[in-house]
Design a protein around this ligand. Structure first.
Ligand code: PHE
Length: 338
């Protein structure tokens, strides 16, 4: 090729580069003219056949061809790249990910955490037991005779092989006392199961927190002081506490513990069914027969125990009208709790 021919090819290549409408077409132009099997290597190869007096001129033209085509292709590629960037950013893997937040604690977890915090300040340690229990731990050692109605298959979930789903957290008392000599001071939050038909205040699966304090000279007054302290911390400083006589097989005497209604302050309203009080806990002094089952000396030691429903406390504390709301996992409900 002589200098004139190269100049013409240069113009043609530049025109093609100007006419390319995307990066792919530009790349095709570059390959066609400057690529390894393109026109430029051919021109260079043909240089040796050019008469010596023209060789310098042809060489210069070939350089111009190469540089101009290259520069135009590069410039236009940058434009296409910029346009692509405007349409949507390229993926930048160094940017931090989209943060979806940690969610919030379930009201049942909140009440358990609160109760554990309050009781731990009074020296209670946390103990836990399994959901699947023996009838001995759940009933017999708790002085509950075989003929007691709570053993009935209508009330208790019995499993194959004679085990059961614990109906209360009280069997943890037995486990702790069997494995630790007195004194003991524990709270045991956990799941319980009863064959209850679900309604606004009942669920077949619920949570309790149990308390147990055994030492020399523990009295009913200690129990009342402990629950009153708990009530004020959990529900506010003005809450009142009262005991009513009751019966549990594993405590003697037994009481039910009411908190004054947090809604009306004790005057009477719909929430407390106009009584001014809300039932919170079952409690009492540990029956000496329970001590006999775990090998504690009932002459030397006394103790109190209490058990309360976590869901019930959550419903009262947060004004939740229906226990089922706690199990529906509706994000709109759960997001309200921190
Ligand atoms: N376990 C009893 C219940 O579920 C509550 C309770 C616990 C009562 C400890 C007395 C002492 O009703």
């Amino acid at each position: 090729m002589n200098a004139k021919e190269i100049a013409a090819v240069t113009e043609q290549a530049l025109a093609e580069a100007r006419g390319a409408t995307d990066a792919e077409a530009l790349e095709a132009v570059r390959i066609r003219y400057l690529g390894r099997k393109g026109l430029l290597p051919q021109i260079m190869k043909g240089l040796k056949d050019v008469p010596p007096e023209e060789r310098g001129e042809v060489g210069r033209c070939a350089n111009v061809f190469k540089n101009e085509v290259n520069a135009l292709v590069e410039a236009r590629l940058a434009v296409f790249g910029g346009a692509a960037r405007k349409q949507g950013p390229a993926f930048d893997h160094t940017l931090p990910g989209a943060w979806r937040g940690l969610g919030s604690l379930h009201p049942v977890s909140l009440v358990i955490a609160d109760a554990v915090r309050i009781f731990s300040r009074l020296g209670f340690a946390v103990a836990e037991g399994p959901d699947i229990e023996t009838p001995y731990n759940n009933f017999t050692a708790l002085n509950t005779p075989d003929y007691h109605p709570s053993l009935d298959a209508k009330d208790t979930f019995w499993l194959q092989g004679g085990a059961l789903l614990r109906t209360q957290t009280s069997p943890v008392q037995i486990r702790v006392m069997q494995s630790h000599p007195p004194p003991v001071r524990i709270v045991t939050p956990g799941r319980c199961y009863r064959r209850d038909t679900t309604d606004a205040t009942h669920s077949a699966n619920f949570h309790q927190i149990e308390g147990l304090y055994v030492d020399r000279q523990v009295s009913l007054a200690d129990l009342k002081g402990t629950l009153a302290y708990f009530a004020r911390d959990m529900m506010g400083p003005r809450v009142g506490v009262r005991f009513r006589p009751h019966f549990f097989p594993f405590t003697e005497p037994s009481v039910e513990c009411d908190f004054s209604c947090h809604v009306c302050g004790g005057k009477g309203c719909r929430v407390c069914k106009h009584s001014g009080w809300i039932e919170i806990a079952g409690a009492g002094m540990v029956d000496p027969r329970v001590f006999a089952h775990v090998g504690y000396d009932a002459e030397a030691f006394t103790g109190f125990a209490f058990g309360m429903g976590i869901e019930r406390m959550a419903m009262i504390k947060y004004g939740i009208p229906d226990i089922r709301m706690l199990y529906e996992n509706d994000a709109r409900f759960l997001q309200q709790f921190e």
